[in-house]
Design a protein around this ligand. Sequence first.
Ligand code: XIL
Length: 348
Amino acid sequence: EAAPLEERYKDSFNIGAAIEPHQLEGISGEVLKRHYNSIVAENVMKPINIQPEEGKFNFEEADKIVKFARENDMDLRFHTLIWHSQVPDWFFLDKEGNKMVDETDPKKREKNKKLLLKRVETHVKTIVKRYKDDVDSWDVVNEVIDDYAPNGKGLRESPWYQITGTDYIKVAFETADRFVGKDAKLYINDYNTEVEVKRDHLYNLVKDLLDQGVPIDGVGHQAHIQLGWPSLQQMEDSFNKFASLGLDNQVTELDVSLYGWPPRPAYPTYDAIPESEFDRQAERYDQIFELYERLGDKISSVTFWGIADNHTWLDDRAREFNNGVGKDAPFVFDINYNTKPAYWSIMD
Ligand code: XIL
């Protein structure tokens, strides 16, 4: 039987996987327990699932994941308290049911801002209080940077921003900080953090927030990467840049897609993927894990955005750009949970 991944890296960082509750059972659950020492919910802890209606929290699915982590002595990442996607509309409606973003009257805008910040506080507080003894790392906000934002600072102009400016970020961190467990850490999470423009927008925001005393402990790097992009140097520079602020880094959603962006053309089925692609991928994995290990205590955790190739969000993307046909294979275990060349390359 293949040696546990988590054992191999236990002196450097955690090895995590994103999961849906149904994956806790059966073979996927066994693989999880053997190879990973950290888990995160792929969807069930997002705002739309956890507070679908105002004041109606739904913890059932999230609880299953928390319980599994506890029973198997695994670390737990919480993903994600605040995000512009997978968030219910009610957050952004005023008491009369009007869209807050459409409001033009300054007095009413001020009132709306207060209301939304109160909702942020309630959402964060309710969740953090419930899970404070279980969660080790919190994604407090996700994807707040958008390079193409008209404000030129890369601040994503989501409804959160349009209604509160960057105050929603402050309130989310400050509220989380008031209630989290004493060893828990608070992260700002984003994708393409390796790309210079985006990295620098994120750096400037984080620096500014830290200067204001906002309690941020680290940066979560999603790392949805490809065989040839971004470069190892870009990754290394980004980790170092945030470490220079005294922050921790975590790799939070790692997958190595076989395809460029947009993913075209894609292999139609798993069997159609040539062995040479898996070899290229193994080489890539080898290099990035060597980098992670070399960075030592600058990285505390590496989480894959799935367990094995049978379940990956990248399939949706591969299909989207290929007339509904396409399969990706981003992990180190194959569709039957067997080891791939990438597994052996990172176990070296
Ligand atoms: C994805 C999930 O994997 C999909 O199942 C869901 O349909 C959409 O969200 N960045 C993130 C994750 O922070 O929450 C996203 O997860 C992938 C991109």
